[in-house]
Ligand binder design. Structure first.
Ligand SMILES: [Zn+2]
Length: 343
């Protein structure tokens, strides 16, 4: 069986810079027509920085590809920063609460966030989208997402025309919050949150057995429980247009993901090369292949006010074993056989 869909967009990806950028960009541009490039590594805080990175990305891409650029919101982001970024074609600004993920040490505290009213007003006025890493810093890892919702809701109430995206939703509460908000609020869902739970990370699940920790399933926000994964899947399939794909593919060289001396492991999953095959496999298992195109190629473009892609992508129901290693990086579901592949 062959599935022919509109070429997809990835509304949340980490492309890095330098040598890593050169290695990873084509794994995104081969499958995705556009991708929203996250501004944390390297830190991108202004329009000129975003333009420079866009040029470096375009030079490295071997395929037709449009990087959609973002900046970080920091305590130094002013309305003038927003207007300048808009002139440089930046489409979104991202909130990283301090200390919740890779590269977020330069992020904002809750107090700083509450002082950004003029900046949010400038974004609302200029049509720039606000993207949230929706986790509140502080104690309580598994409840960080729920605890962030009131902070986000203050901005929804205060800036009713500002379009906002809750990125990489990982909980029932996150999905229900997005559903309860007006149409100015949408959410992205990753591939890995549709596959994994904490059990898989801890070696007790379908995808990571053997009772051993599976560090390649360590990412932020962390996988939650079965019922969260199930409600995320329902959200991905629903026809409201409020949910769309953002892979949050965040590659690390396998050798650098683990700092053996320090006993640490960096967060992030390299899912770009696997995302579309894994999604087709997951949707097919739910007998919902007809919902795939809206999730990957329609809902996000409409929310961002972008034209739908003209290009097409073909996927086939043919077994495909995900490579164990791609240029020194371990991809998501490495070594697993998927029932679908991208042609
Ligand atoms: Zn991310």
């Amino acid at each position: 069986m062959i599935l022919n869909i509109r070429r997809p967009d990835d509304f949340h990806v980490h492309l890095r810079d330098g040598e890593m950028l050169r290695k990873v960009v084509n794994h995104t541009s081969k499958h995705f027509e556009r991708a929203l490039v996250m501004p944390n590594v390297p830190p991108i805080d202004t329009g000129p920085q975003a333009s420079d990175l866009r040029n470096r990305i375009s030079k490295c891409s071997e395929f037709e590809f449009q990087p959609l650029m973002t900046i970080r919101l920091t305590e130094r982001t002013t309305p003038a920063t927003i207007h300048e970024a808009k002139e440089h074609g930046v489409v979104a600004a991202k909130v990283y609460p301090q200390g919740v993920t890779t590269g977020s040490h330069g992020g904002v505290t809750v107090e700083q966030l509450r002082g950004l009213g003029d900046t949010f007003a400038a974004m609302e006025q200029s049509g720039m989208v606000l993207c949230w890493h929706g986790e509140l810093p502080g104690p309580g890892w598994l409840t960080a997402e729920q605890r962030m919702l009131p902070e986000m809701h203050r901005v929804v109430d205060g800036f009713p025309k500002l379009r906002q995206v809750m990125e990489h939703i990982s909980t029932r509460e996150g999905v229900e919050w997005v559903r309860s908000c007006p149409d100015t609020v949408a959410g992205t869902i990753t591939v890995h949150h549709l596959y994994l739970t904490l059990d898989d990370l801890g070696g007790r699940g379908r995808w990571g057995g053997g009772g051993q920790l599976h560090p390649h399933y360590f990412y932020s926000p962390i996988a939650k429980f079965d019922e969260d994964r199930e409600i995320l899947l329902r959200a991905a399939l629903e026809p409201t247009g409020k949910f769309f794909l953002g892979t949050d593919s965040a590659p690390h060289p396998t050798a650098a993901k683990f700092n053996v001396d320090a006993g640490c492991c960096a967060a992030g999953v390299f899912s770009s090369p696997v995302a579309m095959a894994a999604l087709a496999s997951r949707f097919d298992a739910e007998e919902a292949l007809d919902r795939l195109e809206d999730f990957t190629s329609v809902n996000g473009a409409k929310f961002y006010g972008l034209p739908l892609n003209e290009g097409r992508m073909e996927l086939a129901r043919e077994p495909w074993v995900v490579p164990r290693m791609i240029e020194g990086m371990t991809p998501f579901l490495a070594g697993e056989e998927l029932p679908w592949r991208v042609l």
